[in-house]
Design a protein around this ligand. Structure first.
Ligand code: GAR
Length: 203
């Protein structure tokens, strides 16, 4: 009988969050069955990270499908074949359709580099910085049909100090992400998250 959760990480770019999750697995902080990487970008650096840690990685080229539905059907097929129980989006820059979200209802997590609902969408760190915010942060949430708007699991604030440069803020946000995402995943793995409407109770 299968007892451990199998995790798929979906990523499109650099993969620093992917690496943070893998390190947490290697250290034993996250107890999972297996972990795979799925990416939609051939040249994504995250693929190198997967090779470094000997994580199975699968590149699915969206351009080779006639439409998004067919592309996502392929993703579902892979997830089913690999017996995936939990999906962590880590800089995955494609919007998942209601079909995919429904198929994996309450099993998809996402990390976003702002205090949602502020600064959803792309360039969240830069947008908060340019807005002149004194505080921004990081959010981990369940994925729902609308972008960056599912029930919030955890948030952590990051202050923007006087004179701070954008790249300093980016570093600070990423460091915060690398701690927060494994924590949220651990709560999921330990069955400690209970969704009640928009609220996620940590039990
Ligand atoms: C992260 O900052 C993540 O929060 C963001 O993409 C970055 C990926 O970095 N995601 C979003 O903006 C989702 N809306 P990484 O590839 O180094 O993990």
């Amino acid at each position: 009988m299968k007892t451990k959760t199998n995790l798929a990480i979906l990523a499109s770019g650099n993969g620093s969050n992917f690496e943070a999750i893998i390190k947490a697995v290697k250290k034993g902080y996250l107890s999972i069955g297996k972990c795979i990487l799925i990416t939609d970008k051939k040249d994504a650096y995250v693929r190198e990270r997967a090779k470094k840690y000997k994580i199975k990685e699968i590149f699915v080229d969206p351009a080779s499908f006639k439409n998004k539905k067919e592309y996502e059907k392929k993703l579902v097929e892979i997830h089913d074949k690999e017996k995936i129980d939990l999906i962590a989006l880590a800089g995955y820059m494609k919007i998942l359709s209601p079909f995919f979200v429904k198929y994996f209802k309450n099993k998809i997590l996402n990390i976003h580099p702002s205090l949602l609902p502020s600064f959803s969408g792309k360039d969240a760190i830069e947008n908060a910085y340019n807005y002149g915010c004194k505080i921004t942060g990081v959010t981990v949430h369940f994925v729902s049909n609308a972008v960056d708007s599912g029930p919030i699991i955890m948030q952590k604030t990051v202050s923007i100090e006087e004179g701070m440069q954008l790249d300093e803020l980016e570093n600070k946000i990423h460091k915060t992400e690398h701690k927060l995402y494994p924590k949220a995943i651990r709560l999921f793995l330990k069955n400690k998250l209970k969704i009640e409407g928009r609220r996620v109770k940590i039990i």
